[in-house]
Design a protein. Sequence first.
Length: 201
Amino acid sequence: MNKKIVSFEGFEYSGKSTQIKLLKNYLNKNKIKSTFTREPGGHKQLEKIRKIILNSNYDNLTLILFFFASRFALLSKLKLNNLIVFDRYFDSTYAYQKYTLKDKKLILSLINQIDKKFIPKITFYFKINKKTLVQRKKIVGERNNFDKKYYSQFSRIQKNYEDIGKINFDNRKFITIDANRDKELIHNEILLNLKKWKLIK
Ligand code: TYD
């Protein structure tokens, strides 16, 4: 089966959302059918849960379970014929909510519950350095409770992303993007990879 699923991951201010927008424009212009979704939320009903989660102050275990409940609900609504683009997916839960070995085991066992047909073929991980992060935060500011809470945990989260990138999930390709560069360069790198791995022509 030629799975056409790609996910975008990275810390706040990594330029992930900008790249998702550029990709969306490209696909529309080239009449390539696609479905864009984001987590948490990503569906009309589930956007309510997004608001609840992102404005919450829940403990970590509650967050893990909320994120996965919202995720499985989203998957149950997805149709697989288009190219599907995830703005955050299971790597985010590992990156942000994994502190202890116990968290790690729980999160990996929940990821294991995801049907293989929903495992991305490619995950683009946007890696920024601290200097770029500080510069961009000055310009953009903080957007929600989560931005505030996790900002000081940049190194832990970055390290978790790198660790999950080494774990094999149905042979998905975990591609690290140097997100400190110019947005057009990054956009082209993404298109090249989508073509190379036959997600688009
Ligand atoms: P969002 O506004 O979508 O941030 P961004 O534009 O950077 O993607 O907020 C999503 C927040 O939720 C972000 O801080 C990361 C966090 N998050 C988790 O902590 N765990 C998860 O599993 C997911 C999906 C998101």
